[in-house]
Design a protein around this ligand. Structure first.
Ligand SMILES: NC(=O)c1ccc[n+]([C@@H]2O[C@H](COP(=O)([O-])OP(=O)(O)OC[C@H]3O[C@@H](n4cnc5c(N)ncnc54)[C@H](OP(=O)(O)O)[C@@H]3O)[C@@H](O)[C@H]2O)c1
Length: 268
């Protein structure tokens, strides 16, 4: 890919994306420029990855062909007030900020500004991310294709209507956290029964990775895949019955609903 990709904010999500993009070989480190509020974090990232550090946000806006806004929702409006007037219509403004609407981005730039809302997730770090992408009307097919290529380099990227962005936050943006909890809990049980902890994490994480791959690669219903593991009178159905008794499915459903509700309260 040609050109410069700029990041405003060098936090967890920006770092996962930057490392994913570089590992995929889509961009050379020198094609990536980043600004951040605290200079320590920025220096550590640039020293480690070879990307370019900017002294301030406007410097990134001036140099970037694709500009990624990667700050927390609470500060996004203030940052956009600072950089919005500097954005150029031919430059793609990508916001990964939860709840920040395309309408608000247009108000803070101009109706002619190409703007794309993206909801990525941290597995982008190892090339297994999932990103939802919504372009505004000012975005050309080529600009959309560039954004899909950028986020696709870190895993999968798919266009969704903006009305589904909060749902995406619930099922892929935030869900790595729930899966980490699941892995940690399974590993605790393994440790309790005598397995060394590091080995327990390997077994649990590989099982989650394998199960997810089966859903994606076979196209079978998850319930059918679950049934195939459950022999009559066997061990797995005992675990499944225990999960049902403790409300596993409804806990997950409630958690995702809570995440979606919270995302809606962040709407701007
Ligand atoms: N983390 C995820 O899994 C995830 C997934 C999908 C979407 N998102 C979205 O991605 C965005 C970033 O999330 P995050 O988890 O990466 O947050 P984070 O780790 O807190 O990173 C935000 C970064 O923005 C910097 N910052 C704050 N004010 C700034 C300013 N005025 N100018 C330049 N940089 C500034 C912060 O600098 P300091 O070092 O000074 O704090 C921090 O490094 C959020 O809007 C979130 O909704 C996150």
């Amino acid at each position: 890919m040609q050109g410069t990709v700029g990041f405003i904010g060098a936090g967890n999500m920006a770092q996962a994306l930057i490392r994913g993009i570089i590992s995929a070989g889509l961009l050379q480190p020198q094609q990536i420029m980043v600004s951040n509020r605290s200079q320590d974090k920025l220096q550590a990232l640039t020293a480690d990855s070879g990307i370019r550090a900017a002294g301030n946000n406007p410097e990134v806006v001036r140099q970037a062909d694709l500009l990624v806004l990667a700050v927390k929702p609470q500060v996004a409006d203030a940052v956009m007030q600072e950089i919005g007037p500097l954005c150029r219509p031919e430059q793609v403004l990508i916001s990964i900020v939860t709840g920040l609407s395309l309408q608000r981005l247009a108000e803070l730039t101009s109706a002619r500004q190409s703007a794309v809302r993206v909801m990525p997730n941290t597995p982008a770090l190892c090339g297994a991310g999932m990103s939802a992408v919504t372009p505004n009307a000012a975005t050309s097919p080529q600009q959309l294709s560039d954004v899909l290529e950028l986020f696709g380099a870190c895993g999968a990227a798919e266009v969704v209507p903006e009305s589904l962005m909060d749902v995406v936050t619930g099922v892929s943006g935030s869900s790595p956290a729930y899966v980490f909890m699941f892995i940690e809990a399974m590993a605790d049980a393994a440790v309790r029964s005598g397995m060394p902890r590091a080995q327990a994490y390997r077994f649990c994480a590989q099982a989650v990775l394998g199960a997810a791959s089966m859903v994606l690669e076979t196209g079978k219903h998850p319930g059918q895949l679950k049934d195939q593991v459950c022999s009559p009178g066997g061990t797995t159905i005992e675990a499944v019955a225990s999960l049902e008794r403790s409300g596993f499915r409804s806990s997950v459903l409630e958690a995702v609903d809570a995440c979606i509700r919270k995302a809606k309260t962040l709407q701007a």
